[in-house]
Design a protein around this ligand. Structure first.
Ligand code: HEM
Ligand SMILES: [Cu+2]
Length: 537
């Protein structure tokens, strides 16, 4: 592989490879839940698979894809990647870490699910491998920042290109988030798994995990927003409705995405109700930048429809390029997000949360959000980007046109079923929907319907991989099309307050400290909650 976008191509290739492997596991899990017999079906295999699926999808696919996207955007908008050798070193580090962690999962030594809560204990190489993946991503962030600074020296007084504004925001969020993860993994789990300390405090570990776990959501989501703001209006034939609003949105995420973690810990004892309330307030605050995004992106699409001659109130929708794979994927991703956001607001409300906590509703929810809003956008972006980074024409373009619709249909069946089954009490993370005997009858039919949805998703995943692999190895070589970004209706010409990353980072750090310092100090003074390791198998 050579060429100016080979870094991007390598990262995206690894990400999509992880996605492909994990898709096979996903469909197997759905069959198991529906009690469809297949060879080797067992509880043990279920949890190994569930851990591998969660880690490969949520951590490996997303992180590699986002790193690759970042490099492509840096190359194409700043005209450089400063520190290519370092970037390749980081790639290898992340890859070695991933393989290290994955092999301990597949051997059955790290069945800790993707949340790795103690007292579940993994093999030390699982934690060390995950750490290497994160360290690799930190170096990626460093290379991106170095590229930006080098560009800034040559272009003083010019507003940072919007795609890079979004990526830099993503990187700041990632550094804030992974600080919590490092405290948990390096400070607690690695020494504990090596036997250097005898006990860990599960509640403290969970608190660190969710310090990481919610901003993780914005680490996934912001790159999708970058694509919606900067590429989608262009593909739709229109203009970005407002550039400053987009910058404000990215910065609001930098400021607000971390101090919200307790909304995942409503059911945990040992954290006071007032701290849970404080994190609930910030959680509802962070809905606001997503509402602004919905407004701005939809307004941009309306501009596109009107530029193509639409006059009526709604007929601009029909003028949009629904047969274009990137457009269709992103539009369906946004539609899913209206449902996902609705579910998220329910999860974030203390009383309603207790109704859905740890039920199948949760897997219904995150396959709509992460599994569709983010994933489908990345799939569409792959169709858009691949010819531009490997210099080959898209193969099976007709398949690429229907594949996003198929995914949307599959998830609609899959997630609706699990949402309802969850409301009827089906727990999350069980290997059989029939385990509870007669009571299980209330949801058993739903797990079967969900398995049909999983089959449709799997078919769609397969078609996606088919297009990607065929393009990569057998696409007709062609001049790589340029990366074209949407022009704003009114361009921003000066460096404004939303470009002051240093200032916003300081505010974000202060808010993280306000949200976590007291609860963490409180937990650290309760060493009696220590727990010995628990090996499930
Ligand atoms: C072919 C498509 C997919 C199918 C059929 C599928 C199916 C499933 C099933 C049945 C579960 C088990 C739920 C449980 O027992 O609690 C699950 C869990 C999960 N899935 Fe998927 N999934 C797919 C794609 C994705 C994608 C694209 C993502 C994210 C990018 C994703 C992320 C996750 C995560 C994070 C978990 C939770 C793991 C855990 O509980 O530790 N899945 N999936
Ligand atoms: Cu959250």
């Amino acid at each position: 592989m050579s060429g100016r976008n080979s870094l991007a191509a390598a990262h995206i290739g690894v990400g999509i490879g992880a996605f492909g492997l994990a898709s096979v596991m996903g469909v197997m899990q759905a069959l198991s839940l529906a009690d469809v017999q297949f060879p080797e079906r067992s509880e043990r295999l279920y949890y190994i698979s569930l851990t591998a699926h969660g880690v490969l999808m949520a951590l490996v696919f997303t992180t590699f894809f986002i790193m690759g996207l970042g490099y492509a955007l840096s190359q194409e908008t700043l005209g450089r990647i400063t520190g290519r050798r370092t970037a390749w070193f980081a790639f290898l580090l992340a890859l070695v870490g991933t393989v290290m962690a994955a092999q301990t999962i597949l051997r059955g030594q790290s069945t800790v699910l993707y949340t790795f809560y103690p007292p579940l204990q993994a093999h030390p190489l699982f934690y060390i491998g995950a750490t290497l993946l994160v360290v690799g991503s930190w170096i990626w962030g460093g290379v991106m920042i170095a590229s930006f600074r080098s560009w800034r020296r040559e272009n003083p007084g010019v507003p940072v290109p919007l795609p890079i504004h979004g990526m830099l925001s993503t990187i700041i969020i990632w550094y804030l988030a992974t600080t919590g993860l490092a405290l948990e993994v390096v400070g607690m789990l690695i020494p504990w798994s090596l036997g250097l300390v005898d006990k860990v405090d599960p509640l403290l570990a969970r608190t660190y995990f969710w310090w990481f776990g919610h901003p993780l959501v914005y680490f996934w989501l912001l790159p999708a927003y970058v694509l919606w703001y900067t590429v989608l209006p262009r593909v739709a034939g229109g203009k970005l409705f407002s550039d400053p609003l987009a910058r404000m949105v990215f910065i609001l995420f930098v400021v607000l995405s971390t101090p919200v973690g307790f909304h995942h810990q409503f059911a945990d004892p040992g954290i006071s109700a007032s701290w849970k309330l404080a994190h609930t307030v910030t959680t509802y605050a962070i809905l606001y930048p997503s509402f602004v995004t919905a407004f701005t992106v939809i307004a941009s699409l309306e501009v596109a429809g009107r530029m193509k001659g639409a006059r009526g109130l709604f007929n601009w929708i029909g003028r949009l390029p629904w047969g274009e794979p990137f457009f269709a994927a992103s539009a369906l991703a946004m539609l899913s997000f209206t449902f996902g956001g609705f579910g998220g607001a329910i999860n974030a409300a203390y009383a309603m949360n207790s109704m859905v906590h740890n039920t199948a509703w949760i897997q219904g929810h995150f396959h709509v959000t992460l599994g569709t809003t983010v994933t489908l956008t990345f799939m569409g972006a792959t169709y858009w980007m691949l010819p531009r980074i490997v210099g080959r024409e898209l193969r099976f373009a007709g398949v690429a046109r229907v594949q996003p619709y198929l995914w949307f249909l599959g998830v609609a069946i899959f997630s609706t079923s699990y949402h309802i089954a969850g409301l009827r009490g089906l727990p999350r993370r069980v290997y059989s929907g029939a385990l509870t005997g007669e009571y299980g009858a209330e949801w058993h039919g739903l797990t079967r319907v969900a398995a049909v949805g999983a089959g449709v998703m799997f078919l769609s995943a397969f078609l996606f991989l088919l297009v990607v692999v065929a393009t990569w190895v057998a696409g007709r070589r062609a001049e790589a099309p340029a990366f074209e970004f949407a022009a704003p209706l009114r361009p921003v010409t000066t460096v404004g307050v939303w470009d002051r990353f240093g200032l916003w980072t300081v505010i974000a750090v202060l808010l993280v400290a306000a949200a976590y310092a007291y609860p963490v100090i409180d937990l650290l003074s309760h060493a009696r909650f220590g727990s010995k390791g628990f090996q499930p198998f």
